[in-house]
Structures are given as C-alpha cells and as structure tokens.
Design a protein around this ligand. Structure first.
Ligand code: NDP
Length: 321
C-alpha cells in the first residue's frame, strides 16, 4: 500500500490521528466522513498489533476469518477512500495546548512539526514478552500474547500460560474451556491477581497451577512442541509437551511522549472521562488499547476510535459557534 507525502501545511489541521491500529483507522473513517480531513501517522508498526497476528476470527463481519495484515490494509483503504491522508511516521514529541480552542503541536520523526486543532491518540499498547530467544523464535509458531485471539487454534490440545495477574487468570480459565489441559506458571509463591480471579483458576480442574516456576526454554523448531520449566526455589527442571504457549505478563501502553501532559494511571494508560474519549486536555482524545487495559480487542478498539472521531467533531463544532 503506497503512502503519500504530507501536503504543505498552511493552517492547522482539524484532526491529527496518531496510530494505525483498528482504533486509529476507525477514527479516520469517521473523521473523514465528517469532513474533518484527518491526517494519520502510522507509527513504527503500520497496522499495529494485528499485523503480528495470523488469523483474526473474532472481528464481526468476517465469517471465514481474515488474516491480521489483510484486515489492516483494508481498514487503511477504507479510511483513504473518504480522504484520510495516511503517512508513515512516528510522533516523537508533543506540545499540547491547555486551553479550549488552543493549537496542539505534534513533532513527527524528530523533524516535522504538525499543528492541529484536535489530536486523536491511538498509539496502542505493546505486549510484554519474557525475552527468551526460544520464545522470540516461536512467536507466531505457537507463542502468543493473546488467548482470546489465538486460543481457538489449540482446541482439544495442551497449552501453557505464564503470569500471575488478572489477565493470566482470565486467559487461563478461557483456555481451560477450550483445551484439555492448561499448565499455568507463576514465578512467585503467590499470584498478584484478585482473590476472585485466583479462585476461578484454583477451582478449574484442568488448570495445573505451578508456583515458583519459570520457563527455562520453549521447545520446538518451527512450532511449539514443549516446554522445559524450572522451579526457581529448588532448581528442579521438568519437561512437558504442549502445542501453545501464552504469555500474559502485562502490556506497556505507548504513552511515553504524553508524560507530564496527559493524565495517566500508575501503569501509564491514558485516563478518559466517563464513557467518552476526552482526556484532561481540550481537543485531545484517546482511543483503543492506549486507554483500555481491560478489554484490548480489535473490535473494542475500533468502537472507541469511532467515539474519538465523534468527540472530536463535537468539540470542533462547539468552537465554531
Ligand atoms: P499485571 O501487571 O497485573 O500482572 C503481571 C503478572 O505477570 C504478574 O503476576 C507478574 O509477576 C508476572 N510477570 C511479569 N513479568 C514476568 C516475567 N518476566 N516472568 C514471569 N512472570 C512475570 O498485568 P495484567 O495484564 O494481569 O493486568 C494489568 C491490569 O489490568 C491490572 O490492573 C489488572 O487488574 C487489570 N485487569 C483486569 C481484568 C478484570 O478485572 N477482568 C482482566 C485483565 C486485567 P509478579 O507478581 O511476580 O510481578
């Protein structure tokens, strides 16, 4: 998909969208159809997290499923069809206006400064991985960071999951419904998850919970075939056969450039007001995983992208009356 070069800016944009996952492109579709003439910068990973997924089977409207990269190209085409300008480039710093009607400045690639009346932030979040070479090699070959996205492919099989937070508990019980056995590795002698979530895990018979346990190596050449685990108290190693490995050790929201300007929670997720996409600054809206640590689905991200465009449109309308 070719990308255009930015047109010379003579006056501030109405809407600048940062990020090119389902949230960013959906915001672009709505903003373009509302004649906000949006410009979208893709970030370092055009298409976002879905481009690292294979099959997407849970996005409504694709009865046969769709592969992640294809879906993202189609979303880009749909956004461009209504006039969105899509550019490759990374927002490297921002100077956000504090006052109603103020002009926001966003620097792209440490070089070009873009002035805009509204900013829609859709920079997403990045799943954390353990960093083991065997884990990295088998990403897409049985190693996944999203059980809801990929669990179905392991129906009737044995899998493992790493982590002891709410996500790991939720995903372990989700997988236990689909798979014959789920081995859950928690590195400490206790879980960080809420008591209710822990209870769900401990009362699910086909989850084999292992405390003080870490991965020594993921086994398999092209695809995951097993796991060598190590007890970090005794040093004892054990090998199990699995076909899927799910990493659920948290996500990092991509919000570094907004620090000290936008309100965030302790983990760095942007805080939005009530059910809206309004941040604490006028004309700045947040959508998708950058403001959602709970649902993190393509379809929920797309939904909040739509909301951000509608919020931006309404904000601009109030300025012109
Ligand atoms: P958390 O940061 O809460 O938990 C991460 C887990 O991964 C911890 O158990 C941590 O272990 C473990 N971990 C981190 N690094 C490693 C590593 N290198 N090796 C092994 N284990 C590791 O992330 P979550 O994604 O679980 O949750 C994020 C937020 O979202 C939380 O606030 C959570 O409550 C919320 N959430 C709520 C849900 C709900 O209410 N339904 C569902 C999902 C998430 P350790 O404890 O040792 O640091």
């Amino acid at each position: 998909m070719p990308f255009k070069s930015i047109t010379m800016q003579t006056q501030p944009l109405k809407t600048l969208i940062i990020g090119s996952g389902p949230a960013g492109y959906t915001a672009a579709i709505y903003a373009a159809r509302a004649d906000l003439k949006p410009v979208l910068y893709t970030g370092m990973e055009p298409g976002g997290q879905l481009t690292t997924t294979t099959e997407v089977d849970n996005f409504p409207g694709y009865p046969e499923g769709v592969d992640g990269p294809t879906m993202m190209v189609q979303l880009q085409q749909q956004a461009e069809r209504f006039g969105t300008e899509v550019h490759i480039g990374m927002a490297t710093s921002v100077e956000l206006a504090q006052e109603e009607g103020g002009i926001h400045r966003v620097t792209i690639d440490n070089d070009k400064v873009i002035e805009t009346q509204t900013v829609i932030i859709a920079t997403g979040a990045t799943a954390k991985y353990l960093g083991l070479p065997s884990e990295q090699r088998l990403r897409g070959g049985g190693v996944s960071a999203c059980a809801v996205c990929d669990g179905f492919f392991y129906k009737g099989q044995e899998v493992a999951i790493v982590g002891g937070g709410d996500t790991a508990c939720e995903e372990a019980t989700y997988l236990a419904n689909i798979c014959t056995k789920v081995t859950m590795l928690v590195r400490k002698d206790h879980m960080r998850a809420s008591k209710a979530m822990q209870h769900r895990v401990t009362s699910t018979p086909n989850i084999d919970l292992r405390y003080n346990t870490e991965i020594d190596e993921v086994l398999g050449d092209q695809v995951v075939e097993g796991l060598r685990m190590v007890n970090n108290q005794t040093g004892d190693k054990e090998q199990i056969e699995i076909t899927g490995l799910f990493i659920a050790i948290g996500h990092k929201p991509n919000t570094d450039i907004f620090k000290n300007q936008l309100d965030m929670d302790e983990a760095g997720y942007l805080i939005t007001e009530g059910k809206s996409t309004h941040t604490n600054l006028p004309g700045v809206f947040a959508s998708g995983d950058v403001q959602d640590k709970e649902y993190r689905q393509a379809v929920t991200a797309a939904g909040t992208g739509c909301m951000a465009a509608l919020d931006a449109e309404r904000y601009l309308a109030t300025l012109s009356v």
